[in-house]
Unconditional design. Sequence first.
Lengths: 308, 473
Amino acid sequence: MLGLLIAATAALWAARPGLGGRVKNITRAERPSDDYYLAHDHGGHVDHHVLYFGTDPTALEALRRADVLLLGNSRLMFAARPRVLDGFFEDRGLRYYVMGFGFREGDRFPLDIIEKFDLKPRLVIVNTDGFFQNEYSDFARSVMKHSAFSAWQFRTEAEAGHEFRRAMHLLVPNWIDLFGRPGFGWSRELVIYRSRTNGAWQLSPWEPGTTPVSGRNLAEPRLAPREIEAARTFKAALDRRGTSLVLTYVPTPRPLGGGPELFAQVLNVPLVAAHPAGLLSEDGDHLDESSAIAWSEAFVRQLRHVLP
Amino acid sequence: MNFVSWSFVALFAFVFLARLTIGRRKIEPAYVAVLVVASAVFYAWHIPAYLGILVFSSTVDYIAALWLDRLPATALTARRVVLAASLGTNLGLLAFFKYSNFFLQAARDVFGPAATAALPPEFLLALPMGISFYTFQSMSYTIDVYRGVLAPIRQIVPFFLFISFFPQLVAGPIVRAVEFLPQMPRPRRLRLPVFYQGAWLIISGFFLKMVCADNLAVYVDEHWARGSAQDTTSGFALWLALMFSGQIFADFAGYSSIARGTAYLLGYHLPDNFNAPYIAASFKNFWERWHITLSRWLRDYLYVPLGGNRRGPLRTYVNLLLVMLLGGLWHGAAYTYIAWGALHGGALALERLLGFHHDRGWRGHMAVRGTWSLVVQAVVLTAWVFFRSRSVEEAGLFTANILSMDDWSLGRMEQVGLLFLLPIAGLHAFTWFCERGMVGEPGGTMKALLAAGMVYGIVTLYTSTADFIYFQF
């Protein structure tokens, strides 16, 4: 019976017009190079674990040597493209590392990593969108209760699941991954690899977007006192380490809060607000790859004026 | 170790191989040793150091039981001291890991800044996995020896196996010594019908967990906060509550089913833990169907010693309320769990007061029973809202949204989400018909077809897996 069901699906998969043409992300996913490790897929989200517990020696070394850290949520992780950033920072003799996280992660978790590994970057660039909360995400809280041993387990499980799924879904699809879940932007499968040397995410595959990312008034009328306090606390922690702070903003139709201009005024730090025209998103939240490249180019054009 | 993991697959494959080779009668010492070691690995996989807590509390109970056996029945004080030492150790560990932060916070709330300065900060400690389960299991052993209904086990290795048997170690079923220990010397060969039944339980458990519970969790986790928002409609709030009630059932019943299936394949029978709780016609009946082994434990080791229903109606109501409040606290140190327990305890007491705990006389009339069943399920659903919410206030707003009865329409997302409740509804409907003799148990062929369908469902509908909810208790 099970064999029949699988055979019937495989036949339908191969023969049915429209269905046969669709290929699952997991079977198409390709690690860009040996420099990348698996950060997220259905088998597990191990991105937080790897950096928090320093389970990847190469990534940890790159993090320690970075002169510039870029922090923020998943929107920054989609937007920061190494093909633009590599050349820009190299020309200035700087090493950078994109140390943002998914799960709407705010300021506390990356700050913990900075303090835990005694990182001393010269500059930290923060995407203000939902960042200054003086909070951990629920996911980060659960990760912090783990150990290096469990981080290793999570990573091993994720890698094993990833390879198993790549083989299994050549025969049968996961219907939810294939067609999406109504009401959920990123309900389709998401496979993310992360660079050991610069921390950037690479989605594989990364579909072109269709939803325009509209403009947004960066000068929000006011900030919540809690956000201001969180931002000041964060800056004070960087000051103690001798690190400068620059703010930025990745355009999104659904901001999580935090007006960049006001934060820049309150903290008296430069703001790099790049918003090129024609940005697109697949899920209405994150930039697609070509838009991310466009944003990164606009970002570095402005950044050169504020680099210390 | 999580059942839904490659590590578990590897561990179980190894132990099952031992069962097929060195443990064909199940009682071979080498096989028992494999089970003990596998259980230790299973537990240490979470946080290796916590294995020490399990070994420590088990050793205390092992020694206490032997000591109790040596003391004559007339040495009442000495026996009580030994029992108190054993229970105190178990409850002390439970209290430290589970309730210390709760009580510290409560003290800060009550005494203000003075307490904040004097008290230690929050302990950022992971709860030892399944501590509530194995603690209760271990306590039942010492209490039974104290009561004289059980002779203590003299060999320490089989005793550790009773406490740490990995299929039920971290989330039950809570097995009593009188159920498990007599099975240990009894040979049980692995025959085909046993294999089929074990496989059936495992497959249905994984289906409940990976297809129903995990998919329902996607909706619940993403949208739960909206349930208490001001602009939320009754339809959406009710939908969310139903999704969570389905999730928690599928998650926990799924775990229990996998536990029973794996134990069965390894030669042990574990008691049933769930029996279609959402068709219960009374609160009493609900607790005969939901987390059955915990209900039995609370009844035999708490409700009955408190006097049960033998000391008059008022004392019975108080006992019911007290037991359910402690049952709520057992789940965790939060006001929401206390509220959940209070709702169930109050409902059980009220039901008893109204006489709806039985169906004699006019209370047995179909219309009356049907109406009371709806009341029961409505209260159970409301209690789940408290169980899942972050605060009692949030749960109150959530419930008020349902009761506002403004708009019952559901969007496409909600309708698609309901599809993951269908297998759970089907299971309950089948049990309802079965109990009334309208359908029979499925035969071998039907089970094989259903199992194939479920495996297909698992590989084509699974989603990112979350830890079992009851692992945190």
